[in-house]
Design a protein around this ligand. Structure first.
Ligand code: UGA
Length: 433
């Protein structure tokens, strides 16, 4: 099948290359000319495990093409829309997506358009209504809500082995949908209405984010009652009704999805005149997590009259990505800079993104990026672990101890072995332990 994918971000590019992998011929279109030129030259615009080798392979066998000419996309009759719907002041911006969808379907009423971007419930119906008023087509338009559930850092694996494939629309043709995803078991295909599909996406993210805030609140309780969250977590997760995923305490959730989608839900509630207290609390607990952690560092430094120089490991919003959007690590770093700390930082893959974001602070030497995580510890009085990259686990705590000037360890992801740290002589502060 020949498919056009609009958007070459983490979702669009993963979808494009995943569809190629499933045997389709894909044209991926993005407005960003520089990004498209780099992709045509076999250069990944961001870090996502597994995509670089697929890009190379599918450029070679010509199953992927890139373009910034949107009109070229109309050569195909199946369209996947994966362009951004960022929030402005908490409000999701869907006008570009609505225009693109309307343009495609009004010019080609028999084409299929799949909306992969996250959009508020009601968006697809609204597009349909405007198409009908333009007399472009009947209510049987082949517009399909098809939210994505890919996680950055494991997006390709999620695409190729999905937990479920959600489709929203009218008169959906299951056999056609299955031909897009050959090899995926029938029970993974969930067919529903547009609003149900749109809501499924928001609510999946809201539920997962809520679990993260739940465990972070539990961690706070543990700190108050001198308990270790490790034992509480074991007791909770051994109940199969609770399960073990998304219950890792830490600095909270970040990224381009959870915060944005929860704010969008709040906005929807406001416009409909009701409240979503669970969503509000989830966001509030998440914000407090950053402040509480920064305060821990500050009060320790003040109490011990230490020179405010720390090393921070991990900048991305989670491991295996160079995405710094809404990253808890960046929020902690900004708080520390406001409190006049000098910070040495390290991240395995986010150097370029970081340098762009912090050019002013780099010029005045308040923050320095190091290529080597151990060298970054030089002259520092504490290590702050903000993102739990696996690389950091491989560094012996004894080497960290030797390289720091003063051995304080602020473990924002409970990444290190507390007992070992204490044995070596570290001051150790984790989350809920
Ligand atoms: C999330 C969802 O998991 C995907 O299903 C969804 O498709 C995607 O948003 C989206 O809407 O596009 P993603 O933001 O890539 O994916 O990352 P997650 O793995 O969900 O992690 C989100 C944040 O929660 C990270 O900052 C992570 O560190 C944090 N987290 C996660 C915790 O603090 N504790 C946990 O136990 C799990």
């Amino acid at each position: 099948m020949k498919i056009t994918v609009y958007g070459a971000g983490p979702i669009g590019l993963t979808t494009s290359l995943g569809l190629c992998q499933m045997g389709h011929q894909v044209l991926c279109i993005d407005i960003d000319q520089e990004k498209i030129t780099r992709l045509q030259e076999n250069t990944m615009p961001f870090y996502e495990p597994g995509l670089a080798s697929l890009l190379e392979a599918h450029l070679k066998n010509k199953s992927i093409q890139f373009s910034y000419h949107f009109s070229q996309g109309l050569e195909n009759s199946v369209h996947f829309i994966a362009i951004g719907t960022p929030n402005i002041k908490g409000i999701p911006q869907t006008s570009s997506l609505e225009k693109l969808t309307t343009d495609i379907l009004s010019a080609n009423p028999d084409h299929y358009v799949f909306i992969k971007s996250t959009v508020p419930p009601g968006t697809a119906e609204c597009i349909k209504k405007s198409l009908i008023s333009l007399k472009a087509l009947s209510s049987k338009v082949k517009l399909i809500s098809h939210p994505e559930f890919l996680r950055e850092g494991s997006a390709l694996q999620d695409f190729l082995k999905p937990d479920r494939l959600v489709f929203g629309g009218v008169d959906l043709n299951l056999e056609f949908l299955k031909s897009i995803y050959p090899g995926i078991a029938s029970d993974k295909f969930l067919l529903m209405s547009h609003s149900e599909a749109e809501l499924s996406k928001y609510l999946a993210n809201a539920y997962l984010a809520q679990r993260v805030s739940f465990i972070n609140q539990a961690a706070f309780l543990c700190e108050t009652f001198d308990a270790d969250i490790k034992f509480i977590k074991a007791a909770l997760t051994s109940d199969h009704r609770i399960g073990e995923k998304f219950l890792n305490p830490g600095l909270g959730f970040g990224g381009s999805c959870f915060p944005k989608d929860l704010q969008a839900l709040n906005f929807l509630a406001t416009t409909e005149n009701f409240e979503l207290p669970l969503v509000q609390s989830t966001l509030k607990i998440n914000d407090e997590q950053i402040h509480r952690f920064t305060e821990k560092i500050e009060s320790y430094f003040l109490a011990h009259q230490l020179k405010k120089k720390v090393c921070l490991w991990g900048l991305s919003f989670k491991p295996n990505t160079n995405d710094l959007r809404e990253s808890p690590a960046i929020k902690v770093l900004k708080n520390l800079l406001k409190l006049n700390y000098t910070v040495h930082v390290h991240d395995p893959v986010s150097k370029n993104e970081f340098l762009k974001l912090f050019s002013d602070q780099i010029t005045n030497n308040s923050v320095l990026f190091y290529k080597d995580p151990l060298k970054a510890l030089t002259d520092c009085n504490a290590l702050v672990l903000a993102t739990e990259w696996r690389e950091y686990k491989e560094i012996p705590l004894s080497s960290i101890f030797k390289n720091l000037s003063y051995a304080a360890l602020f473990d924002g992801r409970n990444h290190f072995d507390k007992a070992e740290a204490l044995k070596l002589g570290f001051y150790y502060a984790g989350v809920g332990r």
